[in-house]
Structure formats: structure tokens, C-alpha cells
Ligand binder design. Sequence first.
Ligand code: FUB
Length: 304
Amino acid sequence: MTSALAALLACAGQTVLYAQDPIIQTKYTADPAPMVYNDTVFLYTSHDEDDAQGYGFKMLDWQLYTSTDMVNWTDHGPIASLKDFTWRKRDNGAWALQVVERNGKFYMYCPLHGNGIGVLVSDSPYGPFKDPIGKPLVWQKEHWDDIDPTVYIDDDGQAYIYNGGGGTCKGGRLKDNMMELDGAMRTMEGLVDFHEATWVHKYNGKYYLSYSDNHNPGQEGVEGYNRMRYAVSDHPLGPWKYMGIYMGGSDCFTNHGSIVEYKGEWFAFYHSIALSGNPALRSVCVDRLYYNPDGTIRMVERRK
Ligand code: FUB
């Protein structure tokens, strides 16, 4: 059990609960991917191994935490690992994942850095997850930018998959089985300074695509590394209208944001190295996210 310190704040007549950031303090976790299911937040994360150093990630498995109040988080341990993919060629590279539910099945999209993107399936959000296709779902040979898969299922049931690093974000359709691409993926047009960490959500009928940028300390007189930006569209595959930055510079050389609604409120997840000071040992954090009346996102104040 990961227990977070709760501070009860009274804010404009509302009762607002805040967890202490980082919300996971017993392991190093990164790349938060929340899924709301059955009134519970299922927070899937990647996992930085304790002996990783400097800029060399050591990432072997994926973890699950759950919460019903966004303050107290239950640790369910590793729920999948590189070993679940027999076709993998490397013993490192369990980067940013996402899990989505469709018709009572749970699909976990996993990048195996340098080996493409695989998919695991389970009848439960807690696993066990199995590889039903025995090969990558997305793989351009020797392509190290097939990372950070994210899947969005629209209200009409059509599923879309996105991925990308190294400056290009791609998106496309998934077939109903969630394990095959339905046509080629294409470059998402209209994004400004895209780096990685794509996440898609819908708010008031508009699609929002968020991502981390290429910012480095000192650029434009702004502190920190990768900021989180976003763009909006009337269609899940764009073209996108760039809207701006919603989270300032990160304290390490990556950031990976995700946005989710839970019990009528919006939250922005991200990661930081507040606990370790080591860029390869990150920790997941969460803060409130607010929209302006015109649908733009207010700057999220990182508490770490
Ligand atoms: O955690 C490994 C990689 O770093 C992720 O895939 C990127 O989004 C960045 O957070």
C-alpha cells in the first residue's frame, strides 16, 4: 500500500483533496497512464529500476496502482513485463504504456524500445495479460521512435492509436479487435514542437492531443526541460489546431503527461525526479487541471 499524505483544503466553497506529490514513493515510476473503470482510477506506469543511472533508463516491467479518492493509492505490483513478449530482442526498454477497456476486455499497448509496439490482453484490469498476436502491432524495422503508444476510443466505438517520438506523432485507426491497424498510420498535422508522450482525450465535444515538447533549460529564458503542450481538433485524427503550453518545464530531461476526468474533476498526471535527483529515477505526480470557459486549459501548477 502506498499511502499519501492528504491535506484537506477549503477552496472557493469546495472541499478539495490533494495527495502529496510524488504520489508513488515506494518505487520509481514514470509515464503515468490512468484509466477510469468502475469508479476506480487504474494508474498504469512504467518503472525505473533502482540501479538505473544518469541518462540510461533501465525499464523492465509495468506497474499498477489504484485509487478511489485520488489520495490513497494501492500498489498492485508489476502486472506485465518485457518477458510477456517472446519476440522481443532486447532485455530493456519497457517504456510508456497505456491500457484501455473495450467490451469487458483490457488492452495494454506497450512499447518495447527499439522493437516496436506490442499489445497484451486480459479479462481483468489487474491482469494476467497475455500476448495474443505474438508479434509487434506497430514496427518499422530498427525504428527507435515507435514509442509512447496511446489509444483513444471514441463515443461511436471507433478506436484510434497514436505513437511517436523524435519529432513525429502518428495516428491511425484500430480494427474492432483492437489488435490490428485499420489502414496506415499517418503524421498528425498541426502540432508545434512535438517531442513524445502523446495523450488524447475529449472535452466538450472537442478532441485534445497533448504531448511533451523539446524544451531545454535556458531556451526562451524558461526553467526546466520538456513542457507539456496541446492541440485541439473536431476529428480524432486532426488536422490539429495548436493551442499552447499547459504545464511548465520538467525537472528532468523527460516529461510524460496524461489527462483524465474522475468524479467530475480533471487531473493532470506527470513525472518528476523530486525524490531522486537522478533523471533515470522518476516519480509519478498528479495535480488538478482546469479549463477556461472557452475550452483552453489553464496552466497546471506542478507541485514537483
Ligand atoms: O520512460 C521512457 C520514455 O521517457 C517514455 O517513453 C517517454 O515518454 C519519456 O517519458
